[in-house]
Design a protein around this ligand. Structure first.
Ligand SMILES: NC(=O)c1ccc[n+]([C@@H]2O[C@H](COP(=O)([O-])OP(=O)(O)OC[C@H]3O[C@@H](n4cnc5c(N)ncnc54)[C@H](OP(=O)(O)O)[C@@H]3O)[C@@H](O)[C@H]2O)c1
Length: 137
């Protein structure tokens, strides 16, 4: 993992790690957090253009070493899981809850909490992710 941007820190308060930060939703979350003056660290798979006031790190969500490095001094995590299988997320989830006091997972409103069978495979992944995060000690 390489650090692509470490601007002078002018923020106070918690640091939030935003995963999937180059994606549709992660990008928007970064923008909104920054607008609120929150200290944001972006986690991207690839290096991105530096952005004033935002720290950027490069790493894959399936790489525990990269994730651990991205989590240093992080208070909360905004988590997206764009992969097609939730199984590799177990190790990630353990790292996240160990490092951060709050993990917010971007699920889907299509998840049916009262049905063991979800409506399609993508929704199934979100349901699996919810269960995985909820069941962690
Ligand atoms: N869009 C919606 O309306 C919506 C609604 C409900 C739920 N969701 C869920 O929200 C999640 C994100 O949606 P989105 O529309 O923002 O998706 P997106 O635009 O495809 O963004 C996904 C981001 O995740 C990154 N990524 C993919 N695999 C990665 C990996 N192994 N390690 C690190 N980063 C990785 C991608 O990086 P690259 O840029 O390098 O590809 C991309 O920046 C998905 O799980 C989706 O099911 C989306």
């Amino acid at each position: 993992m390489s650090d692509t941007s470490r601007p002078a820190d002018t923020h106070s308060g918690p640091t939030i790690l935003v995963t999937g930060a180059a994606g549709n939703l992660g990008r928007e979350v970064v923008n909104r957090l920054q607008a609120r003056g929150v200290r944001v660290r972006r986690l991207n798979r690839r290096a991105v253009d530096p952005r004033p006031g935002i720290e950027s790190v490069v790493g894959d969500l399936t790489d525990p070493t990269a994730v651990r490095a991205a989590l240093v001094n992080v208070d909360a995590v905004f988590l997206v899981w764009p992969l097609l299988d939730a199984t590799p997320a177990r190790r990630l989830a353990e790292e996240l809850v160990e490092a951060a006091s709050q993990v917010v997972y971007l699920s889907s409103t299509a998840v049916d909490d009262h049905n063991p069978d979800q409506s399609d495979p993508i929704v199934e992944i979100h349901a699996d992710m919810e269960a995985l995060l909820t069941d962690l000690p």
